[in-house]
Design a protein around this ligand. Structure first.
Ligand code: X2X
Length: 333
């Protein structure tokens, strides 16, 4: 290979783009951090997007992925994407809501009944409302939200059949005010922990239960430390693919177009991956020893309603956002 150009030497740590006889650093070296194992569709599709971006920009933009909380937990990564330490992050709606409260609106308990409602809302006015709120804190949210999934509850000591089984249950939830409020309203004892701590906190019995979509229960091997899974579908959760606003605005428009195109397309494929996994994962988890049940949502909904959960959160989110949610899912309690 011929000697790298002076610019590449100055860049020092730059990723070298492999081209016959040429080695040069990318002009824009962007870091993307997330909290999920490499095998999750979010990482598989993000890597495809990064490869496509490198190709379509002729190596001018290189995105390096740091999966699995390598750069710290969600709270750390949220600070890093705000201060520019990383350019991209995919927080769950629950987690970015610590900064942009209205972002948790999609996670209101038992709001969505299926994916057609979810994507109509999140690709439509409700998602637009949230993206606008995200832009006000100096972050850019790509148009297409990525799927986490409908959250299900797992437990170690006994199955969860009705809301009464939540009484006093020590359950791990993400760092999310909405999740804490919802599980308190169900008379459980929720604890906010970073995702990186979930496996060990279940293993050491700091908590007895947790709640996550099935694909996460699988890739994070939570079936090794849990016995029961209640298909509660209590929250629909997605990831906002966000960028540091200054870094995003610093990209020339032609590069922005390539990056956004690749990331949004990858997000659409990732949604399909999760949909397919939702069909297949249960059998796999069963074979690994998890016992499933399908509780009726009625007792949970009634308890949330009676404890004032819906009226409180309607007040917190405000009439506009709540109205957009209800126009997508129907009247809530
Ligand atoms: O931390 C979780 O439970 C996870 C992986 O679902 C989120 O990112 C909210």
């Amino acid at each position: 290979a011929s000697a790298p150009a002076a610019g590449a030497l100055a860049a020092g740590t730059g990723a070298l783009i492999g081209m016959p006889g040429i080695a040069r650093a990318a002009e824009y070296e962007l870091k993307y951090g997330n909290n999920l194992p490499l095998t999750h569709p979010l990482n598989v599709r993000a890597q495809e997007a990064a490869d496509r971006i490198a190709k379509e920009t002729n190596g001018r933009v290189s995105i390096q992925i740091f999966p699995n909380n390598q750069l710290g937990g969600d709270t750390d990564m949220l600070s890093q994407v705000r201060n520019g330490g990383i350019t991209f992050f995919t927080p769950s709606a629950l987690v970015i809501a610590t900064l942009v409260p209205v972002a948790a609106i999609n996670a209101v308990g038992f709001a969505f009944s299926d994916y057609s409602q979810v994507w109509a809302a999140m690709d439509g006015k409700l998602g637009g409302h949230v993206r606008n709120a995200i832009s006000k804190v100096g972050l850019y949210a790509f148009e297409k939200m990525w799927d986490n999934g409908f959250r299900q509850m797992t437990s170690g000591a006994k199955p969860i059949e009705t809301a009464a089984d939540m009484n006093g249950l020590k359950i791990r939830v993400p760092v999310s005010p909405l999740s804490i409020a919802m599980f308190k309203a169900l008379s459980a004892a929720p604890a906010s922990l970073q995702f990186s701590e979930v496996y060990s906190s279940l293993q050491t019995r700091i908590v007895d239960a947790q709640e996550n979509p099935l694909p996460i229960i699988q890739v994070a091997k939570l079936y090794e430390v849990q016995k029961y899974c209640a298909l509660s579908n209590h929250i629909w959760d997605g990831f906002w693919f966000i960028a540091n606003g200054r870094a995003w605005n610093g990209l020339p428009p032609d590069l922005q177009k390539i990056v956004a195109g690749a990331i949004n397309d990858a997000g659409m494929k990732q949604r399909e991956d999760i949909k397919a996994l939702n069909q297949s994962v249960q059998a796999d988890l069963q074979s690994k020893g998890l016992t499933f049940n399908q509780p009726s949502p009625d007792s949970f909904r009634a308890k949330l309603r009676d404890s004032g959960f819906y009226s409180e959160w309607k007040g917190r989110f405000g009439d506009e956002a709540w109205g957009l949610l209800e126009s997508a899912v129907g009247k809530l309690a």
